[in-house]
Design a protein around this ligand. Structure first.
Ligand code: MG
Length: 258
């Protein structure tokens, strides 16, 4: 069942989103060669709690971290720890924030110093695919329009959409209906209506789309070891069109810093 939100409820998710964006920008200033993912996790948790909010991932189904940090061929769900960032790495950072009972969820992939042309292309195309998909989040469209737009953008550049992981509705719960595949057919799926709030999150590899689960039973990697990127917004469908509630691309954000 899809739970639609009132404008006042959307504002409350946006408040969680504001804390999330500040957290992402804080991490953007810390991400550099030599920093461990555990240090990023600690900084994120401290900041989120200082805002009167909670890290949504901490303890979720037993997840030990406050954020997910997924380097290189790791797609999502990386447990922060001793991994030390190196020049040429890419790092996907996924953050969930609960504020006054409402959840926001967003991710972006950062470049650590200069990266290869294929890595740069992967980041650019995945971010563009997110923006294109979010542009479809308006009343009168269907969910398949979002999915198809993301898929088309990614595959046109010769990259692969991960198929076994999907976006989701979000609100009082981090994962609500509907599931949002990043592939599909236009004009199909549930009609999009004002008040729906969606976490749209293309996950893309530079190789093939198969995945494998890591030894810790959390981390998910590209099966072929190719680089992977993950960009995500929480977005509300309003009468005026999409409203991004986690705008990490605005002040202090922008494209992944080189
Ligand atoms: Mg999500």
């Amino acid at each position: 069942m899809i739970i639609k939100k009132t404008p006042a409820e959307i504002d409350r998710i946006a408040a969680a989103g504001t804390i999330l964006v500040r957290t992402m920008n804080l991490l953007a200033g810390k991400i550099r060669p030599g920093v461990t993912t555990g240090e990023l996790d600690a900084a994120a948790e401290k900041f989120i709690r200082s805002q009167g909010a909670e890290p949504a991932f901490k303890g979720y189904r037993g997840f030990p971290g406050s954020i997910c940090t997924s380097p290189n061929s790791m797609i999502v769900h990386g447990i922060p720890g001793g991994y030390r960032l190196a020049r040429g790495d890419i790092l996907s950072v996924d953050i969930g924030v609960i504020h006054e009972g409402w959840v926001a969820d967003a991710a972006r992939t950062f470049a650590i110093g200069p990266i290869t042309p294929i890595a740069r292309k992967l980041l650019t195309v995945t971010e563009e695919a997110l923006f294109a998909g979010v542009g479809q989040c308006r009343p009168g469209n269907r969910l398949g329009d979002v999915s198809h737009t993301v898929q088309e953008h990614v595959e046109a550049d010769g990259l692969s959409i991960v198929r076994t992981l999907v976006g989701h509705g979000i609100g009082r719960d981090m994962h609500e209906d509907p599931q949002i595949p990043n592939y599909g057919h236009p004009g199909t799926g549930v009609p999009l209506e004002e008040g729906m709030v969606l976490a749209v999150e293309p996950m893309v590899t530079a190789g093939r789309h198969g995945v494998r689960v890591g030894d810790d039973h959390w981390a998910i990697y590209s099966q072929d070891g190719s680089l992977s990127a993950h960009f995500e917004f929480t977005v509300a469908i309003t009468a005026e069109g999409p409203r991004v509630l986690t705008p990490w691309h605005e002040a202090g954000g922008g494209r992944a810093a080189a």
